[in-house]
Design a protein around this ligand. Structure first.
Ligand SMILES: C[S@@+](CC[C@H](N)C(=O)[O-])C[C@H]1O[C@@H](n2cnc3c(N)ncnc32)[C@H](O)[C@@H]1O
Length: 318
């Protein structure tokens, strides 16, 4: 569908790709009512990353509410909004942003369809609470008649060989040959230093995360929009599946990277982690670092403890 690189710098419904350098509200002003099929984004979390200024939390929520209201105005009647967020953190206390933003979406008449847990293994190591290893994607629709294509995002069954054991279909395979519903807990590696997609952006989406949303919630030719585009991941996922992509990014450095990645995607040279690749299991891969240097001690201790539990008299435990 997109064989030539033609990225517009303003919204034009006749174009296929739009990257706007500037504030997302300025780009949203250019978008007519009801044209966006999927709005998918990860906004700043107000935690002082290099691309944001920390605001009072109420002020932050009001700012988000203005962007969300504009996205809802521009959303198609069968469209979806997926807002991907983590926690705001202040003096060690966490404030889950999905809880704070949920009332904003409800006040605009949207209905929540899923609160998807995106689980990953890597991140900061906390010492005063458990380390955060998930964020959420809150998915809302504008109406009850919304686009949802399950088949393109089915995943392999755990037991594809299982058969009905009674009833009229006894002996026939019981699972869907296309795979199963991926559920609402998604285990997808986040983009850290050894990820093939890593750029200088500190918080980019993995492309595969957005591909699943694009495939499920849009059809070819639909508009996918990201108000906080970063290095262009949402537009890349859109192009890959023959959708139109638009987004705004306020930081020139990230706009340049987004344009380069989009160029590579159009040329077929952008390296990404494939959607269907299982998560790397270092033990199964025989990685030598998975062997604990303390293993012998631990094993000996475990054996000793078991003996003591099984034969307390013999080992004189009182
Ligand atoms: C969490 S990052 C999004 C990263 C993106 N998901 C990706 O894959 O690269 C949020 C981005 O929003 C940008 N940003 C912040 N305020 C903005 C605004 N008012 N309009 C447009 N972009 C903004 C930041 O520069 C940052 O790159």
């Amino acid at each position: 569908m997109f064989r030539k690189l033609e990225v517009a710098d303003r919204f034009d419904p006749k174009r296929e790709l739009v990257v706007y350098e500037g504030d997302c509200l300025e780009l949203l002003e250019q978008i007519p009512n009801g044209v966006l099929q999927l709005v998918v984004t990860s906004p700043p979390y107000n935690i002082g990353k290099e691309y944001e200024k920390r605001l009072d939390l109420n002020h932050y929520v009001e700012q988000q509410a203005r962007v969300i209201a504009e996205c809802v105005r521009a959303l198609a009647p069968r469209g979806s909004i997926c807002w991907q967020v983590g926690n705001y953190v202040d003096k060690g206390a966490i404030y889950p942003l999905d809880s704070l933003l949920y009332p904003v979406f409800r006040s605009l008449g949207l209905k929540m369809r899923n609160r998807i847990i995106w689980h990953f293994e890597h991140g900061l190591h906390c010492s005063n609470r458990f380390s955060g290893r998930y964020e959420t994607i809150i998915w809302f629709t504008k109406s009850d008649r919304y686009t949802f294509n399950l088949d393109p995002v089915r995943v392999p069954q755990k037991y594809p060989g299982k058969k009905h054991f009674k009833g009229p279909r006894k002996g026939q395979y019981s699972s869907n040959p296309l795979g199963k519903n991926p559920g609402d807990i998604w285990v997808i590696p986040n983009v850290k230093s050894n990820h093939v997609e890593k750029t200088v952006h500190p918080c980019q989406f993995p492309v595969e995360l957005i591909e699943r949303l694009v495939l499920a919630m849009t059809n070819p030719g639909d508009w996918v929009f990201d108000p906080f585009l970063g290095v262009g991941t949402s537009v890349i996922a859109a192009i890959r599946h023959g959708r139109r992509g638009a987004g705004a990014e306020i930081n020139r450095k990230y706009v340049d990277i987004a344009l380069e990645r989009i160029r590579q995607e159009v040329n077929g040279t952008l390296r990404t982690r494939p959607m269907d690749r299982p998560v790397y299991d270092p033990k199964a891969a025989g990685n030598s670092l998975t062997v604990s240097p303390w293993k012998k001690d631990t094993t000996d201790n475990v054996v000793q403890l078991r003996l003591v539990e099984q034969e307390p008299r013999r080992y004189r435990v009182k």
